[in-house]
Write a protein that binds this ligand. Structure first.
Ligand code: ARG
Ligand code: GLU
Length: 714
């Protein structure tokens, strides 16, 4: 090979390499920062087709679902598509042993059968604006963190007051780049969102926890809802008079499928990432915080699981809680593995060393950032023991339901200390509703064992001087945790739902009674010990770290002039793009980028909790009755690509080069979950369910042609 050819090849691979898969980009900046690269990677539309405030664009079809997931409009009658696990709360709430929609699925064959969901909402983004200069007005570096916060809040309030908007619109202002920039989002929120369809869990959550965060995957993780509006098509509270919402834009669906290397993008609301942390922070996550939380959750899952396997009622009651505890539990394990395997800490150290070099070669940088990294190192050293105690406390307490009831009662008591009697009635009702909600998913036998297990971890992990005095006294009196929990669960009013709610409703003496309740007394003592010994220190050290991290971010933005930066995810609308491709999880192993229904049958275990398959699906498979959704006699199910996604991107549309809907994002691969901290394009992949599998299930499995007929399918 000639030298010239070699150089050319090298240049070519270099330029391919520098094409980013990494990044969660702001839609309004795509034109400036990304369009060229996106087109190079295969995109056939323009940035202005994705985000445009003057005419309808793809962004008008994307909604935040309840603030925790993403959904997209797929018909002109407000039909939206999201994940099964995003709609799961709704599906579970409407499920009983007689109408078990978790197990059997739910389909509305007529809009009249659609079910309202109190509290569920969707928000559209109307426009996004950089408001940094108005928000950082009068903010100087001499302010303390608290003063800075107060000044920014005042600027936000002023801006909100003067900002022109319609009455049905809202304004959200959020910090980006650790508070170096601020953007304003004008939103419209619809609060009448009804359940339209969900497959049985054996499809929507096929493979459950064993397959969660894993590839190869075969989950039909989707559900459907419909947005309702008032007769002027504007947002409205639930009313039987509301009508299906007419969107500015709905997505067209392509049945063409994708090949390896094809361009895809994911458009949605990623929740939280930490890509710009220092090595000190990453080390703390990988060696201390994640392992602790994993251990606590393992105990929680073992306990819940042992009851759920024996009792159908408990299985329904605890299903959502179990899934959510398990989800992060497994993710953190992948994260630790990935951080170690990709040498994330060393990479950060190398990066810091090169930055230190650049700083020391420039007088101005020296003045602003000369001590920055050393200060960060010291601050992480200082916070370490407190952060450990914080993680311990905040992982343990919410897993014990009787303590969650205590926390709601605390709010109830605080409310009643206030003078405004009329407002108190509403606040009290809110507390009672919250407690009622907790009881719906409460089983005393499960909670009691959780209490025993988790309190023993609390005693083992927290420094003795930071622990609850009352708990230590009870133990010193010769009782063990089992006896303490016997006393507590036998005698506490909190373990008697009807009496407790009755007292809260009728009895003015409620507060006196509560304050003598054994569970409430223990909760208060544990919380007081935490607030006194840990919370204050954590908060002041954390605010120091926040300031340093903001400066560290500023230093990176200032010094690395050639680098293109994207802000960490913060539940705002983002676009991420990449290519369809497999990966090598380990030496000698290569993963393909597509799965088919054949894989469902390979995993099939009759009667199994995770891998059972509905008979009707088996029949369709045997007859190869895939309709127009199959290819060459096979039915595609899931695929992977190098889009940089995170929690909150669930339910986000996967779009092809033309902006057509080709899949639904629902997960990432186990080996790549460290992408929240250290994205590595060789191994980080997002997992999507192929839109053809979704439509196959709706059409062939559920026979809901009414829904298919609403969609625009190419
Ligand atoms: N891992 C996915 C996400 O983070 C899916 C979670 C739902 N599925 C489950 N088996 N828990 O949300
Ligand atoms: N399942 C996640 C969600 O609910 C998406 C997976 C991820 O974290 O990337 O948002």
């Amino acid at each position: 090979m000639t030298k010239r050819l070699l150089t050319l090849i090298m240049l070519f691979t270099l330029s391919l390499k520098s094409l980013a898969d990494e990044g969660m980009w702001l839609p309004q900046l795509l034109q400036t920062l990304n369009e060229k690269e996106m087109k190079k990677m295969g995109m056939k539309i323009n940035a202005s087709d994705i985000y445009n405030i003057n005419k309808s664009s793809l962004k008008d079809a994307i909604v935040s679902l309840g603030g925790f997931c993403t959904a997209e409009v797929i018909s002109d009658k407000g039909l939206i598509l999201t994940n099964h696990h995003c709609g799961f709360d709704a599906i579970q709430n409407h499920s009983t042993l007689e109408h078990n929609y978790i197990q059997n699925g739910f389909w509305a064959y007529d809009t009249k059968q659609e079910i309202p969901n109190q509290g569920l909402f969707v928000s559209f983004i109307i426009s996004i604006e950089d408001v940094t200069s108005s928000l950082l007005k009068n903010i100087t570096s001499s302010l303390t963190e608290k003063e800075r916060q107060t000044a920014i809040e005042k600027n936000i309030a002023d801006l909100k007051k003067s900002y022109k908007k319609e009455t049905y619109q809202d304004i959200i202002i959020k910090p980006f780049f650790d508070g170096n920039k601020f953007y304003l989002f004008l939103t419209e929120t619809y609060k009448d969102v009804r359940l339209v369809g969900a497959p049985p869990s054996s499809i929507g959550n096929f493979g459950k926890d064993s397959d969660n965060w894993m590839w190869p995957r075969h989950t039909g993780d989707f559900s459907m809802f419909r947005i309702y509006a008032d007769k002027n098509n504007k947002p409205a509270e639930y009313s039987p008079e509301n009508v299906p919402y007419k969107p500015k834009r709905s997505l067209s669906i392509s049945l063409k499928g994708l090949k390896e290397g094809d361009f895809t993008m994911v458009f949605g609301f990623p929740g939280k990432t930490n890509e710009y942390l220092s090595s000190y922070a990453v080390k703390q996550i990988a060696t201390s915080s994640d392992p602790l939380k994993i251990e606590i959750r393992r105990n929680v899952l073992e306990t819940m699981g042992s009851f759920m396997r024996k009792d159908e009622g408990i299985k329904i009651q605890y299903a959502a809680k179990y899934a959510s505890v398990e989800n992060a539990y497994k993710k953190w394990q992948g994260e630790v593995l990935g951080l170690n395997k990709s040498n994330a800490v060393q990479k950060k150290i190398d990066f810091e060393n090169s930055l230190r070099n650049k700083i020391s070669n420039n007088k101005d940088y020296m003045t602003s950032y000369g001590n920055l990294l050393d200060e960060l190192s010291t601050a992480y050293g200082e916070i370490e023991p407190f952060a450990f105690a914080r993680d311990c406390y905040s992982e343990i307490m919410p897993r014990i339901e009787i303590f969650n009831i205590c926390s709601a009662l605390n709010t109830f008591i605080t409310n009643n200390k206030q003078k405004d009697a009329a407002a108190n009635i509403n606040r009290n009702q809110a507390s009672i509703d919250k407690i009622d909600d907790i009881y719906k998913e409460y089983n005393a036998a499960v909670d009691k064992i959780l209490f025993e297990k988790l309190m023993s971890i609390y005693l083992a992990k927290m420094n003795p001087q930071d622990q609850s005095t009352l708990l230590k006294q009870l133990l010193a009196s010769g009782k063990d945790l089992k006896q303490i929990s016997d006393d507590l669960y036998n005698n506490s009013l909190l373990n008697q739902p009807d009496s407790l709610i009755g007292i809260l409703k009728n009895n003015k003496e409620a507060i006196n009674i509560l304050q003598k309740d054994p569970a409430f007394m223990l909760y208060t003592d544990i919380a007081d010990a935490y607030n006194k010994n840990i919370a204050q220190q954590v908060s002041s050290l954390q605010s120091k770290i926040n300031r340093l991290q903001r400066t560290y971010m500023e230093a990176q933005l200032t010094i690395l002039k050639d680098k293109r930066f994207y802000p960490d995810a913060n539940s705002t609308l983002r676009v991420t793009y990449g290519n369809v491709k497999g990966y090598q999880p380990r030496d000698g192993m290569k993963y393909h980028f597509y799965t088919y229904m054949d894989g469902i049958m390979e995993k099939y275990k009759p009667g199994d909790y995770e891998f059972d398959v509905p008979q009707k699906l088996i029949d369709l498979y045997r007859k190869k009755d895939f309709g127009r959704y199959g290819v060459n006699g096979r039915q595609p199910v899931c695929f992977i690509a190098s889009n940089h996604t995170t929690g909150g991107n669930s339910g986000s549309p996967a779009l092809d080069a033309y902006g057509n809907l080709v899949g639904l994002n629902f997960d990432r691969v186990w080996e790549g979950t460290m992408s929240d901290i250290n994205y590595d394009s060789s191994i980080c992949r997002n997992i999507m369910v192929d839109i053809r599998y979704v439509l196959f299930i709706i059409d062939k499995f559920a026979g809901a042609q009414n829904l298919i007929n609403e969609m625009k399918i190419n």
